[in-house]
Ligand binder design. Structure first.
Ligand SMILES: NC(=O)c1ccc[n+]([C@@H]2O[C@H](COP(=O)([O-])OP(=O)(O)OC[C@H]3O[C@@H](n4cnc5c(N)ncnc54)[C@H](O)[C@@H]3O)[C@@H](O)[C@H]2O)c1
Length: 1546
């Protein structure tokens, strides 16, 4: 009797309707039994395999065949089992082998009832399957995959093929196997590289399909590897469930899950018409690489690189997050797979000829002939997250994007002037802090949530290594934003393979000590890295550890990696007294310190061998060890005592942004003359490089504002950086590269910068000092290499080479990022040859540079159809120089169908939404990522994917503005709009109600669009332009705090009260901002508070352009709000959404959240003490504590107490002086009558009242006028003399106008006349100490220029000055004539300016200001008429560059009627033909005597709006006054004064 059968317990997986995939361990008996009992009988079984497998398994199969048959059917003889063994490898997969097999089968007389079995990897499976498919037109076929790749991929799906010289798999057939038997026990004999090869497919499948599965793969690499490569072959373990180990169960789960996905996809799309294409993720690019590198590099290895590149494409398209890409990379690496072409595995396997062939264009060409390419359109599987794809099929991707991703280099172009002036950039987490935090948390006890961890090559290798030593568990939360580390308390074991650390210095140094802590597992551990790493020194650390008793050997070059650390001696890390040379790298010191608590004896670390390098990094290590519960004692300058014990993991640890990375955006601001804020690094940072702004940029001429936690830098005008002379950069060595590129274009202060104290930079990722010298030379800049530094000899920007230098980055992120900053101003930009090296610390750098620094992210507009999205967006686009994008039009044009066509087509609405999502991502991240305003379709927020896209846009500094409509007006509008399908009656309202929360979710700004608001549509348009400027950071409308400033507190219950007769303008005279106290509004206690407050806010917006200070104060805070805290907070948050420039919040538990959410609004953190008992100014701990708490959650601090005696004001003043801070300005004052003096003395943003206000907002509040009178009396506001200069001026209304303003504002100044025709006579006037400013008129507007120090750009372009402003001892020439014209025309606008045409009459001095005004308004098409054509022509030649069309005309009668006419000649007998006024327009005449000039009379006769010259005079005077006094002008008082004088004279 035959032996008993060993029938395995199996799991079956369905495919194409039958459960024909069988998984288990030790399946041989099961296989034959199953074949005999459940498949049609065959006369001959042909088993084909390769020699590798034949050796291992063939006899088993032969023996089992007989045994199983005997059990199956004792009556008849067994059928034939023929076996055929081929050489292993891809070469066997040929037509020749196929024919040979067929001929052999014929010779063996195989007939149609033959069953063919393929026992082997994918090669055997594909080849034998194809034989079966065609032999006698097809015979039965069984797959017994033995490689991991064959199990999860090639055996499933019925694709069979052979290779031809023209390419792989080009000839073949679809032929489904009857059964697929996966015997996981055979994996134990699989070579390790083949295991990794298969894992590429497993990871790929999880990445496209199943996020939970991906998590398992990510966190269980050690166990899975062990299950495959160790131990399953012993006996029958795993045959039954009872004998299956945990690791075997895990392995089966992972393989079955992957096979199940493939089976599912094949079942739903057998012939690859759609979904099956998903399995090609990573394969489009992967195959192109494979075509060049095969057979040296395996399929899975090429696919791994392909997956990373295709994931990067998805990220660029805006779908996959950065974290997603980083996790994919880490996971692939954990299974020994390469992730870039630079991987040592690939470099080691492929020949140099092959590697040279892997050029981007060659890869593109290969992809072009890929079977998956349709026509010329490339299609890639686009991930939207790990575990899900954008579409259920591959997506069209542009060649340009693919090329960009696979290219090694990047071209950085010089930056123009048009971009945003202010940006906020949050650099990724600090590498040093991230690596330390990882090491500490991994060694610590308990769970620690790490936030803002750097995702980079460096931290990835660190994590992979820690995981390989089993020291801890990692899991991701919040979609990858948080890493949850479960520490192992210091118990480590020997990793399965050597630890490959790439070029990650920190990881290499830290782990050199860590590895010695291993106390279980194998004999030794090898630490190795890439070629560059193998040159970097580690001898001092190894020497110290050896001397301490650790056994460490160099495997190659002495003094560098690779190292072998042996664990056999069992001595681990002895500890005790250790001497270490710390003059080369502080990482050695940190390495020992971090592990010291786990040594066998307390470590006493003594630093020897000269000056200790980079002490700040050592301090950082000590501070962080303390945060994890280990307090190191510093016994002397160079000696540390570390107690024993395990780290206690804090529940949460937020990693500070990297200060070295922050130097690049700050340097960008410095070099381009813009402003950049890094909001989470300040003077309190542990990082040495945090001093870069103060110690390097400030001396170079930048304005630097640094708080404890933030840094803002504004560069000097381009080209005006100062050289540093001698500077020691030892405390921030990594920042020397950034300093060097700035020094290269810092010709001021002698032009030479000598940086010292950076000797260690010779041995970083490359010899950085030499690298800087070599690469700066490419720009034409000379730099000299020194042993401990570099000298840089600056050139002016204009002298840099005009060509585009090609910069070698030495695989060094800092070299690449530094030169990208220089490229932004170099005349030809620069090509940086290795784009990817920034992955080390800032993988998104190129995106940040392109979208946040060079220009700002586009603004997106959402809202209901009919709310005005397109109209307003177009207006904002033309006003701000943005590109306008209508998403609907863009979609139609990209898809090639109209929207109704798409919706009417088979796919219907889902098809439309799919296009919308795809193209929204494409628009936001590629086509219109920056510099555009994108108006979306009304329903864009319906799809969750779109909301995610918009949220991602917001989280990377983008603005999404939601227009909140008046639904009555929308319904009315839609009923008139016949171009689009109508909503059924009432529907639009329902749709809106449903979408409201979706709109809110997917936007960060909101604006009310309601024609009932004052000023109606033109005002709405202006308001929108302002909101776009604010939200995009172009103009945040902030008060200039360099001068005394005031905000007027409105106290009415309804803003509507201020709207009549210019009351608001009167009330705000002198003030710089207006406060809206929401708690005082009538609506505040009713239902629907938010909507009501929003309405009031919008009315205020429409009535004034001053910044708004928004607040809600409770009764306890001296206000009137009685609602809940949650309500108050929601109103304050809403104010940020509405774009309030300032939001005032009481310092309490909620203030920090508001501060964190403030975007471009500034937070005034206040504390009010209405009693004056608690908030005392002198020697009061409570007050200082409040001050510091307020500084932590405010941009401005406001402390308000109550004066119980007059001297409290002096204490308050003293307190303000003592705590003055430029970074966080302080408003401090006392309420109450006795506190009035503190209001007089308060330097910034003093709250004021106005006589016209019915009530005061606080007791003791006084007006700007009162304050100024008091200041003048107290000797704090010296009287100035202003004058009108020119001739004739005796009848000018200017003195009346300005003097009325001075007295209304309480200013002691006097405006007089200085009549002269000679500019030289003005010199004494201008030089007088009491000179406060001058108006300049004919004939001095040009001749005055030589007396001035500087001109504004407007005055320079116009070529004339009408205003002189003394500022900081210098005289500035400005021109407000054009501002007068701009203001008047804006108010009487009839036709949108970009569409309008204008005529300027005259070609003298005033016409120049008129042309500049028209240009400022955005009018593109202008004509000039002058009696003498010659002068008109000259003017046209000089100004034509400002306009699309500027022409001189000679015959007014021949003109088509323009929209605007501006007269600039004295009233004369010129006759204006009727035809000029044929359409409705506006005429403005600069001449104001007589009031009715011929131009205005003719225009008026034809029903035109007219602007008399006297109005322009008033308007320009208002601007003058504001420029001299820095106060908001009392416009009505000025106008009244002019008209009184003017009417009296005329
Ligand atoms: N048909 C499809 O859908 C499909 C999908 C993917 C890949 N493929 C094809 O699969 C082939 C690659 O398959 P592969 O990676 O399995 O290569 P392979 O068949 O060459 O096997 C790899 C190596 O491992 C050996 N081996 C396999 N199982 C073993 C075991 N259990 N113990 C010891 N050694 C073992 C083999 O002898 C061979 O040397 C390629 O030709 C590829 O085109 C086909």
């Amino acid at each position: 009797m035959a032996r008993a059968l060993k029938l395995a317990e199996v799991e079956r997986i369905p495919i194409l309707g039958t459960e024909s995939i069988v998984c288990g361990f030790h399946l041989v008996d099961y296989i034959w039994t199953d074949i005999f009992s459940s498949l049609p009988a065959a006369s001959t079984y042909v088993l084909i395999t390769d020699t590798n497998l034949a050796k291992l398994y063939l006899s088993q199969y032969q023996e089992s065949f007989q045994v199983a048959w005997a059990h199956h059917n004792q009556a008849s003889a067994a059928p034939r089992l023929l076996t055929h063994v081929l050489p292993p490898g891809e070469l066997s997969k040929s037509r020749a082998t196929k024919s040979a097999i067929e001929d052999w089968m014929f010779s063996e007389k195989c007939t149609r009832d033959t069953m063919v079995l393929a026992l082997g990897g994918g090669v055997i499976g594909d080849l034998v399957g194809y034989v079966a498919a065609t032999f006698m037109r097809g015979v039965g076929f069984i797959q017994i995959p033995t490689s991991l790749l064959a199990m999860v991929d090639s055996s499933i799906g019925g694709k069979t093929a052979v290779d031809t010289p023209a390419g792989k798999n080009l000839v073949g057939a679809f032929w489904q196997p009857k059964r697929i038997y996966m015997d996981m026990a055979v994996l134990s004999t699989l070579p390790p590289r083949e295991f990794s090869n298969g894992m590429a497919e497993v990871i790929k499948t999880a990445a496209i399909w199943d996020s939970a599965e991906f998590d398992v793969l990510e966190s269980s690499s050690v166990e899975i590897r062990r299950a495959v490569l160790g131990g399953t072959q012993d006996g029958d373990s795993g045959l039954t469930l009872a004998t299956r180990s945990a690791e075997q169960t895990l392995l089966q789960r992972v393989i079955a899950a992957s096979a199940r996905v493939k089976a599912y996809v094949v079942t739903h799309d057998e012939r690859e018409s759609g979904m099956r294409g998903l399995l090609n993720f990573g394969h489009t690019i992967g195959h192109a690489i494979e075509a060049i590198l095969s057979p040296q590099v395996l399929h899975g290895e090429c696919v791994a690189v392909g997956c990373v590149l295709e994931a990067e494409v998805a990220r660029r398209m805006g779908h996959l997050s950065e974290v997603g890409v980083a996790r994919l990379v880490r996971c692939l690496r954990a299974y020994g797979l390469p992730t870039t072409m630079d991987d040592p595995l690939i470099r080691g396997l492929a020949s140099s000829e092959q590697l040279a062939e892997v050029r981007p264009q060659r890869l593109m060409d290969v992809m072009g002939v890929d079977k998956k390419t349709v026509g010329t359109q490339k299609r890639l599987v686009v991930l939207k997250q790990l575990g899900a794809t954008l579409e259920l099929k591959p997506t069209n991707v542009s060649d340009a994007l693919i090329l960009e991703v696979i290219s090694a280099g990047v071209l950085v172009k010089p930056v123009g002037d048009g971009a945003v002036a202010e940006t906020v950039v949050v650099p990724p987490g600090s590498k040093s802090i991230s690596n330390r935090a990882l090491q500490l948390a991994a060694l610590g006890k308990g769970v620690c949530r790490l936030r803002n961890l750097l995702h980079s090559d460096d931290t990835q290798v660190m994590m992979a290594a820690l995981q390989a030593m089993g020291g801890c568990e990692f899991a991701w939360e919040d979609g990858g934003d948080t890493l949850v580390v479960t520490g192992g308390g210091g118990a480590l074991h020997t990793p399965a393979t050597e630890l490959y650390l790439g070029n990650a210095g920190t990881a290499a140094r830290f782990l050199t000590t860590t590895v010695n802590l291993i106390d279980s597992g194998g004999e030794s551990t090898v630490l190795t890295g890439n070629a560059r790493m193998k040159l970097r020194p580690c001898a001092p650390l190894v020497d110290a550890l050896r001397a301490n008793g650790c056994t460490i050997d160099y495997c190659e070059k002495q003094g560098s990696l690779p190292l072998r650390v042996s664990h056999s001696g069992g001595r681990g890390f002895p500890g005790g007294r250790i001497q270490l040379a710390a003059s080369v790298s502080s990482q050695y010191v940190s390495s020992i310190l971090l592990c010291a608590p786990y040594a066998q004896a307390p470590v006493r670390l003594e630093l020897v061998g000269g000056k200790v390098i980079s002490q700040p990094y050592i301090d950082m290590t000590l501070a962080m060890m303390a945060q994890f519960g280990c307090h190191v004692q510093r016994i002397s300058e160079t000696e540390y005592l570390v107690p024993l014990g395990a780290y206690e993991n804090p529940a949460e640890y937020a990693v500070e942004s990297d200060a070295s990375s922050a130097t690049y955006p700050l340097a960008f601001a410095a070099i381009t003359g813009r402003q950049c804020t890094v909001p989470n690094i300040g003077s309190a940072s542990l990082q040495g490089d945090a001093r870069f702004a103060v110690d390097v940029l400030r001396p170079m001429g930048c304005t630097v504002e640094q708080t404890a936690t933030s840094t803002t830098v504004r560069g000097p005008p381009r080209g005006q950086l100062q050289a540093l002379g001698d500077i020691d950069m030892e405390p921030m060595t990594d920042a020397f590269l950034t300093a060097s590129v700035l020094a290269a274009v810092a010709p001021g202060n002698g032009g030479v910068t000598r940086i010292r104290g950076i000797a260690n930079q010779h041995v970083k990722e490359c010899d950085r000092i030499q690298a800087m010298c070599t690469e700066l030379a490419r720009f034409g800049v000379t730099a000299v290499n020194h042993a401990d530094g570099i000298d840089v000899h600056a050139r002016s920007i204009d002298e840099l080479t005009r060509a585009t230098p090609s910069v070698h980055c030495y695989d060094d992120h800092r070299v690449a990022m530094s030169f990208s900053v220089l490229a932004c101003v170099a005349p030809g930009g620069a090509e940086l040859r290795e784009r990817r090296c920034v992955g080390k610390t800032w993988p998104q750098w190129w995106d940040v540079l392109a979208r946040d620094l060079v220009s700002s992210p586009s603004v997106v507009v959402v809202g209901m159809r009919g709310a005005g999205k397109s109209t307003l967006s177009k207006a904002a686009a033309s006003a701000l120089g943005l590109t306008f994008v209508d998403m609907d039009e863009y979609l139609e044009q990209q898809v090639g169908q109209t929207i109704p066509e798409i919706i009417a087509s088979e796919g219907g609405w889902p098809a439309f939404r799919a296009h919308e999502s795809r193209l929204l991502a494409q628009a936001l991240t590629k086509d219109f990522a920056t510099g555009a305003i994108i108006a979306c379709g009304g329903g864009v927020v319906e799809a969750p994917d779109n909301r995610t896209l918009l949220q991602r846009h917001m989280s990377s500094n983008g603005a999404v503005i939601c227009l909140t409509p008046n639904m009555d007006q929308v319904a009315e509008f839609l009923s008139r709009d016949k171009t689009r399908p109508a909503y059924a009656a009432g529907d639009a309202r329902d749709v809106y109600e449903r979408r409201k929360p979706l709109y809110r979710d997917a936007s960060n700004y909101e604006m009310l669009v309601d024609a009932r608001l004052p000023g109606a549509w033109p005002k709405i348009e202006q308001e929108f332009v302002r909101l776009v400027s604010f939200a995009s950071g172009r103009d945040c409308n902030r008060v200039d705090l360099a001068h005394s400033s005031y905000f007027v507190s409105l106290t009415a219950k309804d803003v509507g009260e201020y709207l009549e007769n210019g009351r608001l303008a009167a009330v705000t005279a002198g003030a710089h901002a207006v406060e809206l106290r929401a708690d005082l509004l009538a609506a505040i206690d009713e239902e629907d508070v938010l909507a009501k407050v929003q309405w009031q806010f919008a009315m205020l917006r429409h009535a004034t352009s001053l910044p708004v200070v928004f607040t809600v104060r409770t009764v306890a805070q001296g206000g009137a709000f009685r609602g809940s805290d949650a309500q108050r907070l929601s109103i304050l948050h809403a104010a940020i959404r509405w774009g309030a420039e300032y939001v005032d919040v009481e310092v309490d538990t909620h203030a920090a959240a508001l501060y964190a959410a403030r975007r471009n609004s500034l937070i005034i953190a206040s504390h009010h003490d209405p009693t004056g008992q608690q908030l005392r100014w002198s020697q009061c701990e409570f007050t200082t504590e409040i001050l510091y708490r307020a500084r932590a959650c405010g941009d401005i601090v406001k402390l308000i107490s109550f004066a119980n005696q007059w001297s409290d004001n002096m204490d308050c003043l003293e307190f303000t002086r003592r705590h003055h801070s430029q970074e966080t300005p302080l408003i401090a004052l006392n309420m109450g009558y006795e506190g009035q003096m503190s209001r007089v003395l308060c330097p910034v943003l003093t709250p004021v009242t106005h006589p016209l206000l019915a009530a005061k907002a606080a007791p003791g509040q006084i007006s700007v006028q009162q304050i100024n009178v008091a200041r003048a009396t107290a000797g704090l506001l010296p009287a100035r003399k202003m004058a009108l200069c020119g001739t004739p001026i005796q009848h000018s209304p200017s003195p009346a106008m300005h003097n009325a303003a001075f007295s209304a504002l309480g200013l002691p100044h006097v405006y007089g006349l200085f009549e002269t025709a000679e500019a030289s006579e003005l010199a004494d006037l201008f030089a007088a100490p009491e000179f406060g400013g001058a108006s300049v008129t004919i004939p001095l507007k040009q001749s005055v220029i030589p007396l001035l120090d500087q001109l504004t750009p407007a005055a320079r372009r116009i070529g004339a000055v009408n205003t002189v402003i003394p500022a900081g001892g210098k005289l500035l020439g400005d021109n407000t004539d054009y501002l007068g014209i701009v203001g008047c025309l804006r108010r009487s606008q009839v036709t949108a300016f970009p569409k309008a045409t204008a005529l300027v009459v005259g070609a003298g001095g005033t016409s120049r200001a008129a042309l500049y005004a028209l240009y400022t308004l955005g009018i593109g098409s202008v004509m000039v008429y002058n009696r003498t054509a010659q002068r008109a022509n000259e003017l046209v030649a000089e100004f034509s560059e400002l306009f699309t069309s500027l022409v001189a005309v000679s015959d007014l009668a021949a003109l088509e009627s323009p929209d605007y006419v501006v007269g600039t000649i004295p009233a004369s007998d010129l006759v204006y033909p009727d035809s000029l006024f044929a359409k409705v327009g506006v005429a403005l005449d600069m001449a104001y005597k007589p009031r009715w000039t011929p131009l205005l009379e003719s225009a008026n006769r034809h029903g035109w709006s007219v602007v008399p010259g006297v109005d322009v005079l008033i308007e320009q005077g208002i601007h003058q006054l504001e420029k001299w006094t820095h106060l908001t002008a009392p416009t009505k008082i000025m106008a009244d004064a002019v008209y009184t004088k003017y009417n009296a004279d005329n």
